[in-house]
Design a protein around this ligand. Structure first.
Ligand code: C2O
Ligand code: CU
Length: 518
């Protein structure tokens, strides 16, 4: 245990004696394909496939405002959860739960969420994938200070945004296609530890296009938030942050510069859960909510070939037509909306979701147990939705964003085009309504995420888009020493937004840039 890690933080609320070990991940073979280091839990790991899959509760509106917007209230607070059987884990939770409540909303019907911060640290809420005006987007310095006034605003390099005391209202127009969005903390310098400790939830937008399709629904539609964590001896989440109290000193111990990987895989907050299913089609909304881990997801049965995934949607909603995959590679922040057909399997079959990128405990994700025959009227039509294709006109503006390790003063960090995050200077001023061509260039793996509007992948290396790049994306997995070219267009909402790496350790160590729409 390093001396730095032995400091107890968070007024003792969150434990914080992390006390574990780093295993090299990059190139070790055990976790090939993720940029990061594994933290090894200091507690015995539970048997997989024993805990039932939790489904987060749906948030209930508390009313309607004069404009017809649905009103919600969410309180961010410290709570305890039993994540590993028999152990108590302190969490930071939206309404005290992890994942937070799921928002179920309709296209064109705005929602207003009043977030109250009862945590001992400032927070920022961002709706990932939301087409949101700048002042509601969760600018990383627009802090909501703790309601009891105890939280200082130290840190953040003395930079200050729009501070709110205790509460802030976010208005989401929902003027966008049906899609799986998610909301999570986005506070400058401390997004990694905040999300790791529980500040994340789903926000599902629905619309008529989707309603008209015969896709699986109700209890045959499941949001699945996949993330990895490590646990300290006292049951708390082990995170190698330099400042366990999450107050002023950003970043993680040197060993974890590349990213924090855990040895326990959680789905909707439960370790390697199991879910009983009908022999029928299911729609699964896969979200990689991990800080740094990538997965190569497959569905295996004891005998026979892999069960295929039928992808129907991406980050930005339905695809034009379904795409079948044997495995799905998913990077932090990405979503894949898939249908799995359990009806072709005999009752009694156990279907295990595996991760081909890990040879150890993170090589398994969860299990489905086919328990009964059932009637199923669902199907996956060949035509799903209209997708406008973004064709850059001749002479479209071109920009290159280089994602690379770099020193920031005398701190180690991560940079975009050689600079660390500067809230006050824009790396790109973009005209609303214009299509541009952006090139993302990497040294190691970086999942690149752009706020405000989705984009389309034009090229990956010297090839066209891969079959994982289809549809509207807001996060794209850029592999080591790769160039990915995308077409972007911001339709409306002039203002200041960010683009950044969604490896949260990279993001906290400044791999973020300000962009401006004009
Ligand atoms: Cu999922 Cu800028 O974030
Ligand atoms: Cu990165």
């Amino acid at each position: 245990m390093s001396a730095r890690l032995s400091r107890r933080g968070f007024l003792g609320l969150l434990g914080g004696a992390v006390a574990v070990a780093a295993l090299p991940a990059c190139g070790s073979g055990a976790t090939a394909g993720s940029t990061g280091e594994v933290m090894v839990s200091a507690v015995p790991l539970p048997e997989p496939f024993r805990v039932p899959l939790p489904v987060p509760p749906v948030a209930r509106p508390v009313g309607v405002d004069g404009t017809g917007a649905q009103l919600y209230r969410v309180t961010q607070r410290v709570a305890e959860a039993e994540i590993l059987p028999g152990l108590r884990t302190p969490i930071l939770g939206y309404d005290g739960i992890f994942p937070g409540p799921t928002f179920e909303t309709r296209r064109g019907r705005p929602v207003v969420v009043r977030y109250r911060n009862e945590l001992p640290v400032p927070t920022v809420v961002h709706l990932h994938g939301g087409h949101t005006p700048a002042e509601h987007d969760g600018w990383p310095l627009d802090l909501v200070l703790p309601v009891d006034g105890t939280g200082d605003r130290a840190g953040h390099h003395g930079m200050v945004g729009d501070l709110a005391a205790g509460e802030r209202e976010h208005r989401y127009p929902n003027d966008q296609r049906a899609a799986t969005l998610w909301y999570h903390d986005h506070r400058m310098d401390f997004t990694g530890p905040a999300v790791y400790r529980g500040l994340a939830g789903f926000h599902i937008v629905r619309d008529e296009v989707e309603d008209a399709l015969p896709l699986p629904r109700d209890e045959r539609e499941l949001p699945l938030m996949i993330c990895d964590r490590a646990f300290a001896a006292d049951g708390s989440f082990a995170y190698p942050g330099l400042d366990q109290g999450m107050r002023s000193l950003p970043g993680v111990e040197d060993d974890w510069m590349e990213g924090v990987l855990g040895d326990v895989v959680l789905v909707n907050g439960a370790p390697w859960p199991v879910h009983e299913v009908d022999a029928a089609r299911y729609r699964l909304r896969l979200l990689n909510g991990s800080n740094a881990r990538r997965y190569r997801l497959g569905l295996t049965v004891p005998a026979g070939p892999k069960v295929p995934w039928v992808q129907i949607g991406s980050d930005g909603g339905l695809l034009a037509s379904p795409v079948e995959h044997k495995v799905i590679e998913i990077a932090p922040g990405e979503r894949f909306d898939v249908v799995v057909d359990f009806s072709v399997l005999p009752v009694g079959t156990e279907v295990t979701m595996v991760n081909g990128l890990d040879g150890g405990s993170a090589g398994q994700v969860m299990r489905f147990r086919v328990v009964r025959a059932a009637r199923d009227d669902s199907r996956v039509p060949e035509r799903l939705a209209e997708i406008e294709s973004l064709v850059p006109p001749a002479g479209a503006p071109q920009r290159t964003f280089r994602f690379a390790r770099g020193a920031v003063g005398d701190h180690k960090g991560w940079t975009i085009n050689g600079s660390s995050f500067d809230p006050n200077s824009s790396l790109a001023d973009i005209r609303l309504g214009e299509i541009e061509v952006w090139r993302f260039v990497t040294d190691v793996h970086h999942p690149v995420h752009v706020h405000l509007d989705p984009f389309q992948v034009l090229r990956r290396g010297s090839e066209g888009p891969s079959d994982h790049d289809v549809g509207w994306k807001d996060t794209v997995d850029v592999r080591p020493a790769e160039v990915v070219e995308v077409a972007v267009r911001f339709s409306d909402h002039a203002g200041r937004f960010v683009l950044h790496c969604h490896n949260l350790e990279h993001e906290d160590m400044a791999m973020m840039a300000t962009i401006r729409t004009v």
